[in-house]
Design a protein around this ligand. Structure first.
Ligand code: 5RP
Length: 222
């Protein structure tokens, strides 16, 4: 994992940003490089508006002079740039180590184009080794965690249960799943009390992945 590779992937993706766009800002250390690069372009005269997938990203963007709007008022986003924890050659992606996966998925789904940025350590032959974060309604905590424990080898409450997302929910970090990712996503979504999870199976349109200073691009269907 290299911070230079994260920055290079981020800067390659930010080259897609055009005047007039509503841009979705991701969350995490790689997305922070993208926000910084957008901030530099805004300082040079780029005219865009943004929505953010976390309070931290909104704060960073505003600090750089980027106009950040309330996603609650925005039915549509032009381009979203966000990080990932794992991504495979078919753009199946795991996200959520930063705990923002529910807002990230809403913004990604609202976007005409969603691009992932990552260092080469995130590129995998098959997703499934990274922790899969599941966002859990606190009201249903015991039931949901018990159900998740029947589906995964190991399930841990992030921060021992003290960690809360920007939405005020718990995160279950789940390890050890096999089989079809689409079936798992459907099974998770069917549990009352699960409000989101980090499997992004259809949302990602392209990825910029930098390895040892070289940025490779993956395009859906390309
Ligand atoms: C946050 C995320 C992040 O985008 C993902 O965890 C990658 O983070 P980083 O760029 O710091 O490795 O999904 O919820």
């Amino acid at each position: 994992m290299s911070d230079t590779d994260k920055r290079m992937a981020a800067e390659a993706a930010v080259a897609e940003v055009r005047d007039g766009m509503l841009v979705g800002l991701g969350t995490g250390s790689t997305a922070a490089h993208a926000i910084a690069a957008i901030g530099r372009r805004v300082a040079d005269g780029l005219r865009i508006r943004a929505v953010a997938t976390s309070v931290a990203s909104a704060d960073q963007a505003r600090g750089l002079g980027i106009e950040v709007l309330d996603f609650a008022e925005m039915p549509h986003v032009d381009l979203t740039i966000d990080g990932a924890d794992e991504i495979d050659g078919a753009l199946l992606t795991v996200k959520g180590a930063g705990g923002a996966m529910l807002r990230e998925k809403a913004v990604a789904t609202a976007s005409t184009r969603m691009v992932v940025i990552a260092d080469g350590g995130k590129r995998v032959a098959r997703i499934g080794a990274a922790k899969l974060p599941v966002e859990v309604l606190p009201f249903a905590r015991a039931f949901v965690f018990a159900t998740l424990r029947t589906m995964f080898d190991a399930v841990e409450a992030r921060g021992g249960g003290a960690y809360l997302t920007d939405n005020g929910n718990l995160v279950a970090d789940c390890l050890g799943w096999r089989g079809d990712a689409h079936a798992l996503a459907a099974a998770l979504q069917a549990i009352p009390g699960v409000v989101g999870h980090g499997l992004f199976l259809t949302e990602v349109d392209a990825a910029y992945i930098a390895t040892d200073g070289i940025v490779a691009t993956l395009e859906r269907g390309g």
